[in-house]
Design a protein around this ligand. Structure first.
Ligand code: GUN
Length: 289
């Protein structure tokens, strides 16, 4: 039997339609559309493609996206000054700095320069701290998209064992915090695995929900998955055979109970959640809701 396909693309389209209504309402209230500044430093082809996708999605929802490009060799102070100007600009609601940055930049310093109230990625230490304390401001986009997808397909997390492969600041760590939290879509037992984890297969086979976020093409094979488990593939790997996820989809889909495709699974929701956060920032911040 094949798994239920968790269709992130279709969900993203529905959420975009709702967002467009909220953005139109805000545009009437504010006298301008909600505005997102996207900073793209350098010429990483994947980053250029992601940023284009974000701009297009913003446009579909009636959110103004302002793209600021910096040369690959731009000195760090130039980026920091750019961010200070965006922080001070009352016409900018949300700021996103596309990662990874060229090597001359100190990523932690750059993120700390963003006003936490405009940090729609949820990467600023203040926002990460709040998330870990269970009082989040902006939820990081990919984990938020995963949680929304689980909710949509009525896949419960309470009391379930969620195994996350990958301890990144963008996905693994914040997702673990969110799923550990008390309340709806939380209350999970969470295990985070990484490159030094021993006996990985024994752990992944215990997962009710297995999340792969390690950036290794088709790493998760069928024998690593318990029959009926939900498998969430965060990987977007560019290979000779095109885009492939971190999961060996063709084989795992016969074992899993539900699975996200790549593309069309988690990816579209990450972009949608960025826009959700931008609209929330434009409303005067998440606390205003
Ligand atoms: N690079 C890969 N994923 C992300 C993300 O979610 N936000 C930003 N800013 N950069 C990224």
């Amino acid at each position: 039997m094949s798994a239920t396909i968790l269709d992130g693309k279709a969900l993203a389209a529905r959420l975009e339609a709702e967002l467009a209504e909220r953005a139109a309402h805000l545009t009437r209230v504010l006298g301008r559309p909600p505005a997102l500044a996207v900073v793209l430093a350098g010429d990483n082809p994947a980053s250029i493609a992601y940023v284009r996708g974000k701009e297009r999605a913003a446009k579909r929802c009636g959110i103004a996206a302002r793209l600021l490009k910096l040369e690959q060799a731009a000195p760090p102070p130039q980026l920091l000054e750019q961010l200070a100007a965006l922080n001070a600009d009352p016409l900018v609601d949300g700021i996103l700095v596309q990662l990874p940055l060229p090597p001359q930049h100190e990523t932690a310093q750059v993120i700390e320069t963003i006003d936490p109230l405009k940090d729609v990625d949820g990467f600023h230490p203040c926002n990460v701290g709040r998330l870990v304390q269970g009082r989040p401001r902006f939820l990081p986009c990919t984990p938020q998209g995963i949680r929304r997808l689980l909710h949509e397909y009525q896949i419960p997390t309470a009391g379930r064992h969620v195994v996350i492969l990958g301890r990144s600041e963008i996905v693994g760590k914040p997702l673990a915090s969110m799923l550990l939290d008390r309340g709806a879509h939380g209350d999970a037992t969470v295990t985070v695995c990484h490159s030094r984890t021993q006996d990985l297969h024994a752990i992944t086979r215990q997962a009710d929900i297995l999340v792969a976020a390690i950036g290794q093409p088709r790493f998760v094979r069928a024998e690593m998955v318990r029959r009926g488990a939900t498998v969430i593939d965060v990987g977007i790997n560019r290979t000779d055979q095109g885009l492939v996820g971190d999961v060996d989809y063709d084989n795992v889909c016969h074992v899993a109970g539900a699975i996200t495709p790549v593309p069309g699974g988690v990816g579209p929701l990450t972009v949608t959640m960025l826009l959700v956060n931008t609209v929330r920032a434009a409303r005067g911040g998440p606390e205003a809701e």
